[in-house]
Design a protein around this ligand. Structure first.
Ligand SMILES: [Fe+2]
Ligand SMILES: [Fe+2]
Length: 280
């Protein structure tokens, strides 16, 4: 990352991702606001939407951390601007829905929602966690859209699900770029596998905002089937990124440990070769 290129339009991946984003883009005015079915709205639903909207506010702080960490990377930082814009529309749509049903939020809601725990200092880990968190968010919204009776909320959840899944592809693209340009690609692959292992062994291990939101939802949207789908998607996507097969999510530790063992062996062999060459 941050690698010098002569032709930005040809060599930076942002421009392709942006065109895909432009084609997929929905507008706040596409939502049929006057079709809200007020008979389907109740206090529980309002509380649920407030929790989801709150969890969507962390993008501001996350973007700040990303921008600092990747300040030398013109490709990823351009994409981040689009990510921030699209993510900002998520709480926007939800807060507008709340407003339309007579539930308001104040500015302290917005500010408190931006607070995040400090993010990991590792670029590879940060990208891997965000691939995972976008997969989690995408599946959660897909499930939300299926469960919702209120038609406008159903539509909003569908838009958000598509955005989140597309974002997971964006983060995956930049994780791939990071590995491609890394001085030690296998080390970064190990970090990505470790991130997937941390997630798959116990979600409580990670304090990433999306996981906190899912936990706050207390299984209202989750359910075993969704969790199974998420786990499978995470194992398959991180496996593909790293170039290994993770046949079942439960096998992540084995795959991770074996990859690490092979890495250490390769390093030891290379060090031995170097010593032999120097001595020889
Ligand atoms: Fe979002
Ligand atoms: Fe997203």
């Amino acid at each position: 990352m941050g690698t010098a290129v002569n032709n930005v339009f040809k060599d930076l991946t942002y421009y392709q991702l942006f065109e895909v984003a432009e084609k997929a883009r929905w507008n706040i005015t596409d939502i049929p606001w006057d079709e809200i079915d007020h008979s389907k709205v109740n206090e529980n639903l309002i509380a649920l939407i407030k929790t989801i909207a709150f969890g969507e506010l962390t993008t501001y702080s996350a973007t700040k951390s990303f921008m600092d960490m990747f300040s030398d990377d013109p490709d990823f930082t351009q994409w981040l601007a689009v990510w921030l814009y699209e993510e900002t529309k998520h709480p926007h749509a939800l807060i507008k829905w709340l407003h339309m049903v007579g539930a308001e939020v104040d500015s302290s809601f917005l500010m408190q929602g931006r607070e995040i725990t400090p993010m990991t200092p590792s670029k590879a880990e940060m990208l891997a966690f965000n691939i995972i968190s976008e997969i989690v968010a995408g599946h959660t919204y897909t499930q939300t859209s299926m469960l919702m009776d209120e038609p406008v909320l159903k539509q909003i959840a569908m838009y958000l699900a598509k955005d989140e899944l597309r974002h997971s592809v964006g983060f995956e693209n930049y994780a791939r770029e990071l590995i491609k340009h890394s001085e030690d690609p296998d080390k970064d692959k190990i970090i990505c596998l470790r991130a997937a292992w941390a997630f798959l062994q116990d979600e409580g291990f990670i304090s990433h905002p999306v996981f906190l939101t899912v936990r706050n939802l207390g299984g209202i949207i989750g359910g075993d089937e969704v969790i199974r789908k998420i786990r499978k998607a995470v194992a398959s996507r991180i496996g593909k990124l790293v170039g290994v097969e993770i046949p079942e999510p439960e096998m992540i530790f084995e795959v991770y440990s074996e990859f690490k063992r092979n890495y250490r062996k390769k390093k030891a062999a290379a060090a031995q070769e170097l010593t032999a060459a120097t001595v020889g």
